[in-house]
Design a protein around this ligand. Structure first.
Ligand SMILES: Cc1cc2nc3c(=O)[nH]c(=O)nc-3n(C[C@H](O)[C@H](O)[C@H](O)COP(=O)(O)OP(=O)(O)OC[C@H]3O[C@@H](n4cnc5c(N)ncnc54)[C@H](O)[C@@H]3O)c2cc1C
Length: 500
């Protein structure tokens, strides 16, 4: 008889794991999602003809999705139509200058030379260095399970960590290639995709800029990023996975060191041979498991480093804003202070850096005729006693963000907003059970990656596994999909040696 697997949560991690468990191991899979839609943070909000992706908008490493769909015998490109961004995005600096980041090499060099004479040569050196980091990082540290310390601390890996400049900060490392501070900003801000600061992130994360500029590129799915989880859910259903939305899991039941199933909020007990929690890992340990190992008790999560959170505006306007590209970054007047406020002092920054997209530039169907669909993401600290986001906080911060958008070129924005939705760290916490509202989950400093990241297999309970942003290998849509592959490999290995 097929093994019965229950997956808690239909985020990207839950859906990808469901597809692989069913197609590769032939499990009988049920996915239980507390919200009314699948996708988790990769979700959609539709209001009066405006279709907003609420979370991810920058899609990287597309080979990962092709591999996932192929595991179920499906062709990804028949399900999701990807458009390659060219240029990738515009970076707007606080002095009014701008840089188009392009994956067209001659064009990119020309753009860089306009800012710093000689930067083209620095860029070529940067690409060479970052390509090594990408290849080594992905193969040796991202796409594999580390079950014991010696898997991570092998002589080979220790030597490779040196090549990855593991002990240098990203900003410091980038400064070796570019002299102009604007370029140092433009090549280090990508750590915000992981919700961490370039002033503390290890240098290896230059692989993010490399991936979008030189490896594969940056993509947008027609219909919006939500096309991805929709297609994943369709493939999962087609191969026999059962997906139930609006079903909240109250407890994962473990007895005598073995996983028995899940207790639902209002519908009784569901037995299972294996349970994989895609609900964020810190929440899973503190809220879904009664007898957790001491090292994962509540206090652990106070000490651990979490990523930042996000303040989002989803704006539908009655006119188009040609001054925006599809993807736009607006960096604040003091780049370093912005990160110090968010990560060191946990304060809402006075002059934040922020990201804006206008998806109608690529897909006109995502807003009514003549209107625009504007997504604003401002990185802010995760929840703490200092940041409560009560209605007054929200009103004043919203006003500040509108003010900055208008000052930086969207002059009459407020007058033209006809649809407005706001997400604060409280929304990220409540809607998706993210501890402290940390939008990207656990952080990615050296002490929380590889062998040090909470593992995808519970040490205290046979048959209990984890997938998603806060377990291995980490956050972001492609990494979470890689995490699904790793957890299924782990389950397969455990089954074959009698541990599953
Ligand atoms: C604003 C924002 C922008 C982002 N931008 C990008 C980007 O451009 N590119 C990129 O690659 N990544 C981006 N990310 C990160 C990316 O969204 C996440 O890393 C990824 O989607 C996480 O997927 P997941 O499966 O780990 O978790 P989740 O998406 O959190 O899914 C977990 C699911 O479990 C459900 N759940 C929780 N508790 C229970 C329970 N008790 N019972 C049943 N179900 C439960 C939740 O409702 C949720 O649906 C962004 C994130 C945010 C918030």
């Amino acid at each position: 008889m097929a093994l019965k697997a229950i997956i808690v949560g239909a985020g990207i991690g839950g859906l990808a794991t469901a597809i692989r468990l069913r197609s590769q191991l032939g499990c009988d899979v049920t996915v239980l999602e507390k919200n009314s839609t699948v996708g988790g943070r990769c979700n959609v909000l539709v209001d009066r003809g405006y279709h907003f992706d609420i979370g991810p908008s920058l899609l990287l490493m597309t080979d990962v999705y092709r591999d996932l769909f192929a595991s179920a015998g499906e062709n990804f490109d028949e399900h999701v139509k990807l458009v390659k961004m060219e240029p990738n995005y515009r970076v707007n600096f606080s002095d009014g200058s701008e840089l188009e980041m392009s994956s067209d090499l001659p064009r990119m060099i020309e753009n860089l030379e306009k800012i710093e004479i000689g930067a083209g040569q620095g860029y070529l050196r940067f690409l060479y260095d970052a390509s090594l980091k990408y290849r080594i990082g992905r193969k040796k540290f991202v796409e594999r399970n580390f079950n014991k310390a010696s898997d991570f601390f092998s002589i080979e890996n220790l030597m490779l960590l040196g090549k990855l400049n593991a002990l240098n900060t990203l900003y410091g490392h980038v400064s070796k290639f570019f002299q102009d501070d604007r370029l140092r900003q433009a090549f280090s801000m990508q750590t915000m995709y992981l919700g961490i600061s370039p002033f503390s992130a290890p240098a290896v994360y230059t692989l993010l800029a490399y991936t979008e500029l030189a490896e594969d590129g940056l993509y947008f799915p027609l219909g919006g990023t939500y096309a991805l989880p929709l297609a994943m859910a369709a493939v999962a259903s087609r191969i026999g996975v059962e997906i139930e939305t609006g079903v909240s899991v109250a407890r994962i039941i473990v007895e005598n060191g073995s996983t028995r199933g899940v207790q639902l909020e209002d519908k009784g007990f569901l037995p299972a041979d294996i349970v994989i929690s895609n609900a964020d890992l810190p929440y899973t340990y503190t809220d879904l498991l009664q007898d957790r190992p001491a090292k994962y008790a509540e206090e652990r999560w106070k000490k651990d480093n979490f990523t930042c959170s996000a303040f989002n505006l989803y704006l539908g306007t009655d006119k188009e804003f040609p001054q925006l590209r599809h993807h736009n970054f607006f960096l604040g007047p003091d780049y370093r202070k912005n990160f110090e406020a968010i990560f060191d002092r946990k304060e809402i920054p006075a002059y934040p850096s922020f990201y804006v997209n206008s998806v109608t530039k690529t897909d006109r169907t995502l807003a009514p005729h003549g209107g625009d669909n504007i997504f604003v993401l401002v990185p802010v600290p995760h929840l703490s006693p200092a940041t409560k986001w009560d209605p007054d906080d929200i009103a004043s911060f919203k006003d500040k963000v509108y003010g900055q958008l208008e000052d930086r070129g969207l002059t009459d924005l407020r007058k033209h907003v006809v649809v407005e939705h706001v997400y604060t760290p409280n929304d990220w916490k409540e809607r998706f059970n993210l501890k402290y509202g940390a939008a990207f989950g656990l952080s990615h400093g050296l002490a929380q990656v590889g062998y040090f990241r909470p593992a995808n297999r519970a040490a205290h309970a046979k048959g209990l596994y984890f997938v998603g942003a806060s377990t291995a290998p980490g956050t972001g849509v492609p990494l979470v999909c890689i995490g699904a592959k790793l957890v299924v490999e782990q389950i397969a290995a455990d089954l074959s040696n009698g541990r599953g």
